[in-house]
Ligand binder design. Structure first.
Ligand code: 2RA
Length: 336
């Protein structure tokens, strides 16, 4: 098994390196690709030093079995043919192909079987906010069909990449030192603030980030689920949080919901308010799971349920989900 990472130097690319080693992913060779700026950079992997090769339109992917790509949508679109033409499966973290009918959009806990049909040898990794949400929604859907969802996200700076995390860190120091915070990556100062604006606004008043949650959830869940999202950037480094309200076809009790979450793949429940125990991003960054807490009935709707989730945006929200897709494909014999 020969594996490639495209976009190695980015926050998600670096997480791919960590996760592939952490999970001892079955492979004989790992090849790192990046932009002309990143070419030549060296990274440690399993005690060896690997050097980033410049991504080019050549035969470098001839013997690659799986390519994890996270270098932006334009790069994924430009190089998809080059990457897949010799049979490599491209598991793409960008938004380039997520809504293409001939590209499955996969969260293994929800729709792993969608990997079986790859007309273009491409699998799309969903947006981080969608991944975290549908892992939790799947547990509830298995109890009673979810008709609609309202979700508010509390998104970490990591969603804007390494530069977003760096900007938050610098701004916090500037605020402490009484200096005027530098604002480059985000629309406004993020330190000591929250920004109700992630990605760009569309004509209907929702941002692209919010429309991703609407469109991607329907494709992954394979249902007519209606999702209304409000996506907010908050001054946290790595893990995204979400308040999720669902309306189901039939009432679900808190006990039923808790049992469903506790049995569900990829979920850990932290829900003991009397002991001040609930998921918090500061303490859950770097973990694999989607953490669920604050489970309670909607007081205004017998078919309503509200809960809180936290998950690491770079791990389960991006790199881990992609690696889990590859692990499923190997286990299912879809990649040999
Ligand atoms: C963000 N979900 O958090 C977007 C992209 N990763 O900025």
């Amino acid at each position: 098994m020969k594996v490639a990472i495209v976009g190695t130097s980015g926050a998600v690319g670096q997480e791919f390196l960590r996760i592939l080693e952490e999970r001892d992913f079955p492979m004989d060779e790992l090849v790192l690709f990046g932009s002309s700026r990143s070419a030549g950079q060296k990274y440690q992997f399993k005690g060896k030093e690997l050097t980033v090769k410049e991504l080019q339109h050549n035969d470098d992917f001839k013997n690659i079995d799986i390519a994890f790509t996270s270098a932006g949508a334009s790069t994924s679109k430009e190089y998809a043919e080059t990457i897949t033409k010799y049979g490599a499966v491209m598991i793409d973290n960008s938004s380039a192909f997520r809504m293409d009918d001939d590209v499955p959009l996969v969260v293994p806990e929800v729709n792993a079987k969608a990997c079986a049909n790859l007309p273009r040898n491409i699998i799309a990794n969903p947006n981080c906010t969608t991944i975290q949400m549908v892992v939790a929604l799947k547990a509830i859907e298995d109890v009673s069909h979810i008709k609609r969802v309202h979700v508010s996200t509390y998104q970490a700076a990591s969603g804007a990449g390494a530069s977003g995390m760096e900007e938050l860190e610098v701004q916090v120091k500037q605020v402490v030192n009484g200096e005027q915070p530098t604002v480059k990556k985000f629309q406004h100062q993020l330190a000591m603030n929250i920004i109700p604006h992630v990605d760009v606004f569309t004509d209907n008043g929702y941002t692209k980030e919010e429309m991703k949650m609407y469109n991607e959830s329907r494709k992954i869940m394979g249902t007519d689920i209606e999702v209304s999202a409000t996506c907010v950037r908050i001054p946290v480094m790595r893990a995204h949080s979400e308040t999720i309200w669902v309306e189901t076809e039939s009432p679900i009790s808190v006990e039923q919901a808790r049992e469903a979450f506790e049995k569900a793949q990829g979920i850990k429940v932290i829900d003991n308010p009397s002991a001040n125990e609930y998921p918090m991003p500061l303490f859950l960054a770097g973990k694999d799971e989607v953490f669920v807490g604050r489970i309670r009935k909607d007081l205004s709707n017998p078919n309503g349920l509200t809960f809180w989730t936290v998950s690491d945006q770079i791990k389960k929200g991006a790199a881990l989900n992609a690696v889990q897709i590859a692990e499923y494909m190997i286990k299912a014999g879809l990649i040999k």
